[in-house]
Design a protein around this ligand. Structure first.
Ligand code: SF4
Ligand code: SF4
Length: 435
């Protein structure tokens, strides 16, 4: 099969600042956290109840859903709906921290013989840990495994296409063996034959590290493969479509950080209550990737990195290309939050929108092969049906079209609005994975 012609943009990576500190730290718990319950789950604690770290606080209403766990110990002070970082509302369990952190029984205890655990029991272990994928879809891992029961290849996504974001890179540099062991657990649960670890060519050190660990583990069923450092080539859909076409039909992609969480869930019996997040952007005093408890506010996440040295023009979740701008910094970090970025004016400000000059640049740089210009012009005229005909549903929300547009047209915003009006959902932003 002929190699695909990659469509993408070579972006300035801006990752150095948050990589200066790649010793991973956990911060002292904030005064309170607001853990959002998932749609399809209900609270199983009451206001006034004492909870411990890792304790179950949300029960699934159906077998496909995941449990939700407390990320700090303390007292439940409120259970109510509030805005989330995706622009919607979700029910949150508010926990006021206790003086001493306390773990729920069994949490962080090594599970005896965890490497020999039968494949049939792994799904239950993931479900019990409330393990969800660490991308914006936050799909329960046990459900994703069920959906891909026929997969023969597990692709572990070690790419990080958005500028500034380094949490996957930091995790892979610090814990390569744990990521591999977690990938092996996922492979076993899927019943797949092989593992392919996709890393970006510019991150050759990650590729070398993975290859050397695979060699020492004597694994013949795993391979690390480079993919071009072109935005957004590291995103899930493009990874399979462009770089693993032979595997496309029988492959399933999981982010590297989900593999790591799978390892922790099985080996350490640790529920999924925290994740690595990059807190960065030019305005943050000490940009870095660090472990944050799920439910911590964006404000507290920035505060954990010594706050801001100048007022950000915009705070975005997950990246400057496809990220979602936040008006309220009280929104909580969730499983899909890879980054909290405080960006200054010179990065976020474009000039005033001007008329389209039909240069076709947006079409040439669209990795989905659709016509961003026609979709947005149709949307401008409220011709939603036409926007749909030009392929709005296929947009992966990477932001390339707006990035290259010389007329400063807010392409992504226009397309997102059109998709919303058309009732098109389920496509996660391309830079959201990192996965
Ligand atoms: S945001 Fe959508 S339309 Fe624009 S370049 Fe990306 S995939 Fe194409
Ligand atoms: S890049 Fe901008 S100006 Fe050029 S065709 Fe696309 S929308 Fe029009």
């Amino acid at each position: 099969m002929a190699a695909p012609k990659p469509v993408g943009i070579r972006l300035e990576r801006k990752k150095d600042a948050s990589l200066l500190n790649w010793n991973l730290k956990r911060l002292h718990p904030p005064e309170k956290i607001c853990v959002p319950l998932r749609q399809g789950s209900r609270p199983c604690v009451r206001v006034g109840e004492q909870v411990r770290i890792g304790q179950r606080i949300g029960e699934p209403e159906n077998p496909e859903e995941a449990t939700v766990h407390a990320s700090i110990s303390g007292t439940v002070t409120e259970i109510a709906a509030a805005p989330d970082a995706m622009g919607g509302m979700s029910v949150r369990v508010v926990i006021q921290k206790s003086t001493e952190p306390k773990l729920a029984p069994g949490v962080w205890e090594i599970r005896k013989g965890w490497e020999q655990i039968p494949a049939g029991e792994l799904e239950a272990a993931f479900q019990c840990a409330g393990l969800v994928t660490t991308d914006l879809s936050a799909e329960p891992v046990h459900s994703k495994i069920k959906r891909h029961a026929a997969a023969s290849t597990l692709v572990v996504n070690c790419c990080e296409p958005e500028p500034y974001v380094t949490c996957e890179q930091t995790l892979l540099l610090s814990h390569p063996v744990e990521v591999l062991k977690g990938a092996e657990l996922l492979r076993k649960a899927l019943g797949a034959e092989k593992i392919l670890l996709a890393f970006e060519t510019c991150n050759f050190e990650i590729g070398e590290l993975l290859k050397s660990k695979i060699f020492f583990l004597k694994w013949t069923h795993a391979e690390a493969r480079a993919v071009p450092s072109l935005y957004p080539q590291g995103t899930e859909r493009l990874l399979l479509q462009n770089w693993f076409p032979g595997e496309k039909e029988k492959a399933v992609v999981f982010p590297a950080s989900t593999a790591f969480a799978a390892y922790e869930a099985v080996a350490h019996q640790k529920p999924f209550y925290e994740r690595l997040v990059t807190v960065g952007g030019e305005c943050v005093v000490e940009p870095r990737s660090l472990w944050l408890p799920l439910g911590i506010s964006f404000q507290d996440a920035i505060h954990a990195c010594k706050g801001v040295m100048r007022e950000p023009e915009r705070v975005v979740m997950n990246g400057p290309m496809a990220g979602i701008a936040q008006a309220d910094l009280n929104v909580p970090v969730t499983a899909g939050t890879a980054a909290v970025l405080a960006l200054p004016k010179e990065i976020t400000k474009k000039g005033p929108e001007e008329p389209c000059i039909r240069c076709n640049l947006c079409v040439n740089k669209c990795p989905a092969g659709i016509s961003p210009v026609m979709i947005t012009l149709a949307a401008d005229h409220q011709e939603l049906e036409t926007a749909g005909i030009f392929g709005a549903a296929a947009c992966i929300e990477c932001g390339n079209c707006g990035y290259v547009c010389p007329s400063q047209r807010p392409m992504l915003e226009k397309i997102r609005t059109a998709k919303k009006k058309l009732g098109i959902s389920g496509t996660k932003p391309a830079g959201a994975h990192h996965g």
